[in-house]
Design a protein around this ligand. Structure first.
Ligand SMILES: [Zn+2]
Length: 283
């Protein structure tokens, strides 16, 4: 079943280019954090991640969390939060039925507490990895506990507690996914590596065709097209460097044999361009 995807730019952090691509330069570039609105014709409105929001600044006011804001200086305005961008178009937060969380880094869960009634979906391994972590232990995981709703566990479905289905040949080398609605519209795939239990999402947009929201399994489209690992220093912050490499190679192979599939890394400048064009707001 086809859905409709809209991408939102929620702000950016500044980072050296060399971190994202081996051979990249020592120049500052903007890493935008993109979130997606998915309109399902039967089940309603869902989000893929929640990007940055001004809550990031509150959550990093004191040490040790303030180090996070020092390492990745964030630029986001209140009107860039997903909540504000939805409301601007007449959609209230209570209209969002559910949120698929790729992983728990602050630039993906920044707006989570703006949606107190939405159901949440993630892989159990992702949550178990950050659950109960505070202070430096949280910071090491890129996790800001203040961004989490206190009733997280009660509102969450751990999708890997259901049985995966085999994927079609077109999805190779990805072989299985969690078909959340049972209609093939939202296929959730484990993308471990960048963060423990990271997940991506396949969908078919009614106008743009097949899409794979791959979160941070690659930091740019150039990286998966050419199978380029980030700088070794950036690889040090990966939860699992071996899995990261394997999944980047899988993305590379997928992009090679399925060229019409749009693989969208959250922080890719080309994806940011799409927020201004093809996938921009169109409800
Ligand atoms: Zn991340």
């Amino acid at each position: 079943m086809n859905v409709r995807l809209t991408l939102f730019d929620t702000g950016f952090c500044r980072q050296w280019e060399m971190f994202s691509i081996k051979g990249g330069r020592l120049r500052n570039i903007a890493f935008h954090a993109i979130a997606g609105l998915i309109e399902h014709p039967v089940h309603g409105l869902f989000l893929f991640d929640t990007g940055y929001s001004p809550r990031f600044f509150e959550a990093t006011r004191s040490l040790p969390y303030a180090l996070y804001a020092k390492i990745t200086p964030v630029v986001t305005r209140p009107e860039q939060s997903v909540k504000a961008q939805l409301e601007e178009r007449g959609i209230q937060v209570e209209h969002i039925k559910g949120i698929f969380l790729s992983h728990f880094h602050a630039d993906h869960i920044g707006g989570l507490r703006d949606f107190p009634d939405s159901h949440l979906y993630c892989l159990s391994s992702a949550y178990e990895h950050v659950r109960g972590k505070f202070g430096l232990r949280a910071l090491r995981e890129g996790f800001l506990p203040d961004l989490m709703p206190h009733d997280f566990a009660e509102r969450t479905t751990f999708i890997d507690r259901s049985m995966p289905i085999p994927l079609s040949k077109a999805h190779e080398p990805f072989t299985e996914a969690y078909d959340y609605f049972g209609d093939g519209s939202i296929l959730l795939v484990e993308l471990n590596g960048h963060a423990t239990g990271q997940m991506g999402l396949f969908l078919r947009d009614q106008d743009q065709g097949d899409v794979f929201l791959c979160a941070d399994a690659a930091w740019s489209s150039e990286a998966y097209r050419n199978n380029l690992l980030p700088h070794p220093i950036a690889q040090l912050i990966m939860a699992d460097g071996t899995s990261y490499k394997e999944n980047l190679t899988r993305l590379h192979q997928l992009s090679a044999h399925w060229p019409s599939l749009k693989i969208l890394p959250t922080h890719c400048p080309e994806v940011w361009q799409m927020t201004q064009g093809a996938f921009a707001w169109r409800l």
